[in-house]
Write a protein that binds this ligand. Sequence first.
Ligand SMILES: C[C@H]1O[C@@H](n2cnc3c(N)ncnc32)[C@H](O)[C@@H]1O
Ligand SMILES: Cc1ncc(COP(=O)(O)O)c(N)n1
Ligand code: SF4
Ligand SMILES: [Zn+2]
Length: 613
Amino acid sequence: MTTVASPSSPDHVTTGPIMGSTKVWSTPEGHAHIRVPFREIALEPSANEPPVRVYDTSGPYTDPNARIDVRAGLEPVRAPWIAARSLPTVTPRTVRPEDNGFAKGDNLVPPCPAPHAVHEGRPGQMVTQYEFARAGIITEEMIYAAHRENLGRATMDDGAEARRADGEDFGADIPAFVTPEFVRAEIAAGRAILPANINHPELEPMVIGRNFLVKVNANIGNSAVTSSVAEEVEKMVWSIRWGADTVMDLSTGRNIHNIRDWILRNAPVPIGTVPLYQALEKVGGVPEDLTWDIFRDTLVEQAEQGVDYFTIHAGVRLQHVPLTASRVTGIVSRGGSIMAGWCLHHHRESFLYEHFEEICDIMRRYDVSFSLGDGLRPGSIADANDAAQFAELETLGELTKIAWAKGCQVMIEGPGHVPMHKIKVNVEKQLRECGEAPFYTLGPLTTDIAPGYDHITSGIGAAMIGWFGTAMLCYVTPKEHLGLPDRNDVKVGVVTYRIAAHAADLAKGHPAARIRDDAISRARFDFRWNDQFKLSLDPDTACSYHDETLPREAHKNAHFCSMCGPKFCSMRISHDLKANAQRQAGLEQKKEEFRSNGNRIYVPVDDVVTPAE
Ligand SMILES: C[C@H]1O[C@@H](n2cnc3c(N)ncnc32)[C@H](O)[C@@H]1O
Ligand SMILES: Cc1ncc(COP(=O)(O)O)c(N)n1
Ligand code: SF4
Ligand SMILES: [Zn+2]
């Protein structure tokens, strides 16, 4: 692994394989032109087990054969599929000084030089994955995503049914094997989305829905106070290395347009944004100066760049704002507070709500998916599940149906800060109000008392809400409420949320989830330390913790670690017990054989008669 930090230019990012993993590419049967990435973990010969294949979000960065040049961008793997859809190429909107916050000279981040053609759908032409799905058409993206969900298996008749029966899925309908047709049907039903802007050809398609693997989103982006373009591109690459399925660029401050360009041209995962943030920058940060025209123009700007999903806070209506008056923490969503400010100042209905159909028409043209924003999510335990939060959710349900009628893909954002006993009702209400559109929640944080550890307060809520049926978990880092996360916080946040997502997959009885747990458990019991590291979510940390006390190569097969030491190692004792039991069983069997043969040459202790004196 090489890491070259360069403060002023986005020229270098982390590349190289993850410890113990090999990048492999797999082709779904009958689709020679589609290559789906996986990570393959080969085990020690003594294990006598096949390699374990795991889902791979990391893109070409972990492929030693890929040539990475952030100035050239990633290879546009989707370009031929998009080209076959005859979507017209258009002259993009001209970039204006306000798009980058009027940054000039040394303060202006240069545009990313990677080539980028811009397409848009004509009226009446099918563009979105939802439209294709409704028409019964299976796209290349759906085939790709289906193959990914199966972790490259040809079938799932490898004990999948038993693993499914072992789970509690709260009404989900996870198949033993994911076919492209199943992906299509889930998208057509609105139960899943496949975020894939036609202007993001570098994307490796993935699917988000309750009946698929639980996904994780990582938030990155600069703020007016700190961070550079190089740091943000590296955070994107770093977050997908550790397992982020999508990344939101939540940049505010200057250079928003150009930072996003560098991120998009180098992103193999869907990129989400909140266009309202950039619109607000364009009016100097004064919410009441926002206009529909500026917002609409920002949507087009970002859609042409290739953003795959937009958070649209259209559920914050004028009539909802008074419901937040008695809250302990008011409106903690940025988008929500901006829209509430606008509505109150003008005493008017939100322009996002009033122009919602036009927003749909724009997003459909590029297949930008909706992430309907939770602008009134609770920001404290005291405010959880209150009237404002649920009134907004009902509005989001109404908007979901409009977006579907317009041909758009939709997911719904959720809270926030919610104690454990109030989580389940959130999922139930969301499924009911929003016609089973995928749920995408921030945490939730299950207590307010642990700043510095909010990846944990929220990881607990994320595991629970994922189990109940949330399709994607938006990470929270240890810096939540305290400052902008850096590269290390991003890794901690992603790994924490991969734990939550996987724990949810296991509890739901996902047919492929347990394979890795079982493999790592066998490695642990066999004292195959290297296999244990390689199979873990963060091999670097696992290995370095072990090696702090037992660094020698010979310790990699030792039948103990420094926790208990050799004499008290319970797993070593278990091995001895097992060996004894086996020896005993062997003896009993021999005894039985000799008895039945009538050859009593072996005399059990009990049978020895002490001769009388
Ligand atoms: C909605 C959530 O998004 C996160 N958030 C907002 N801006 C950024 C950023 N630039 N980087 C990382 N996370 C961010 C915060 O965690 C907030 O709570
Ligand atoms: C899951 C998730 N991620 C990001 C945001 C955007 O942030 P905000 O609502 O504060 O503008 C959000 N609303 N929900
Ligand atoms: S995280 Fe910081 S800047 Fe953001 S709302 Fe909380 S206190 Fe304000
Ligand atoms: Zn919070």
